[in-house]
Design a protein around this ligand. Structure first.
Ligand code: DSN
Length: 413
């Protein structure tokens, strides 16, 4: 029976959301558009069963095909990221990261990560998160002049506080991570080094951002950002990780189940497997390369329009704008752009004088519009529209029509 017949109200709202996505530019850098193959796996009968445990060692019957699917997913991830062990069961990025704390630390142990206002993630030790409430969190940040990671501050803090776990990864950092430098710092005190590649996993697979795998012990990621899969998470253990701690894979698996989670969402795992297959195809490399090229063009066009970009540009999929010279703050810019059909998000900038709910910045990115097939020419157009909307609020409805026209030429997958 069709959804429309069973629940017209929800069916209508899904239709409306489809129309919204069809006719707007999704430019939140952590979002993307999945393929219909991914969505088909996600909406399959695999949502029906419990599968506590791991392939070959489950607590329920009837899991012959679930086992095969989870095995395929793990093998695909191992091959794609060149790691020794993968757990594909985390419900998303935060549970994946929580499992790492569970696996390698005891409550009260010292952990270190990049602070949220400087572009890090909540789970890397921000004060309101479990990672700072149950562990002794030390935070590093960016240099005030360059807005680049302050590696000498990281080295100094590590020497002083001797963390057991160090996180590298960010949600609003437009530059490449120097994994080797982090590894030297972490190794100097024997810390576990964890790379949270949620934002850049797709770029790493495409070869346009260096892989952390040779340098870190643990890699965590979500699967729905540049990797372009369903919402989900993965934990990967590298050879370096196993060399440091031969039980690391076992500890991580135990931390996920039975430590933290119950039944894995196997429909998600199947959809992750599909996305990993898509990511191993040549078209994915082209897509990853185009994301970076698109971001570079968008960044330089925005600079030409007088926008002040944090770090003066971007190496990856995202741009962080300091709006203060434009006489507008993040929330108003976000609202205006939404009216024009361009979806971005307000964001704190490093050393932001304004509070997190009324920040000075705007974060935007190119993964989803690159998935639609847009290239450099479209980036120039979009930069000019962003400029027009920020400069003159009366232009929103005119730009909305332009956005609609552009979206008609670049359909969703
Ligand atoms: N919510 C994600 C983002 O937008 O970057 C981070 O978890």
């Amino acid at each position: 029976m069709k959804l429309k017949k069973v629940d017209e109200q929800i069916a209508k709202l899904i239709e409306k959301e489809q129309e919204r996505q069809d006719t707007t530019l999704e430019m939140i850098p952590s979002e993307n558009h999945t393929s219909s193959a991914v969505r088909q796996a996600l909406g399959s009968v695999l949502t029906d069963k419990y599968a506590e445990g791991y392939p070959g060692k489950r607590y329920y019957a009837g899991l012959e095909y679930y086992d095969q699917i989870e095995d395929i997913c793990r093998e695909r991830a191992k091959k794609l990221f060149k790691v020794v062990h993968v757990n594909v069961q985390p419900y998303s990025g935060s549970p994946a990261n929580l499992a790492i704390y569970f696996a390698v630390l005891n409550p009260g142990d010292t952990t270190m990560g990049m602070s949220l206002p400087h572009g890090g993630h909540l789970t890397h030790g921000w004060k309101v998160n479990f990672s700072a409430k149950y562990y002794n969190s030390v935070q590093y940040g960016v240099d005030q002049k360059t807005n680049l990671i302050d590696y000498s501050q990281v080295a100094k803090l590590v020497k002083e506080t001797k963390p057991k776990l160090i996180w590298v990864g960010a949600t609003a950092y437009p530059r490449i991570f120097d994994w080797e430098r982090f590894a030297k710092i972490a190794d100097s005190v024997g810390a576990y080094l964890a790379a949270d590649i949620a934002h850049i996993a797709g770029l790493i697979v495409a070869g346009v951002h260096p892989s952390p795998v040779p340098y870190v012990h643990i890699v965590t990621t979500t699967t729905h950002k540049t990797l372009r899969g369903p919402r989900g998470g993965m934990i990967m253990i590298t050879k370096k990780g196993i060399d440091k701690d031969p039980d690391l894979a076992k500890k991580v698996d135990k931390a996920i189940f039975p430590g933290l989670q119950g039944g894995p969402h196997e429909n998600n795992i199947a959809a992750i497997a599909v996305c990993l297959k898509e990511a191993s195809e040549p078209g994915f490399k082209r897509y990853g390369k185009q994301i970076v090229e698109n971001t570079k063009v968008l960044a330089s066009e925005l600079i030409n329009h007088g926008f002040n970009l944090i770090t003066k540009g971007s190496d990856n999929h995202l741009i962080l704008i300091d709006l203060r010279n434009k006489g507008i703050l993040g929330p108003e810019a976000q609202d205006r752009l939404e009216k024009a059909g361009i979806t971005v998000n307000k964001n704190s900038i490093p050393f932001d004088p304004n509070p997190p709910f009324k920040p000075s910045g705007l974060r935007l990115g190119t993964p989803a519009i690159t998935t639609r097939g847009m290239k450099e020419k479209e980036m120039k157009l979009i930069a000019s529209w962003i400029n027009e909307v920020i400069t003159d609020p009366r232009s929103c409805s005119k730009i909305r029509q332009e956005v609609k026209k552009l979206c008609k030429r670049f359909l969703l997958p």
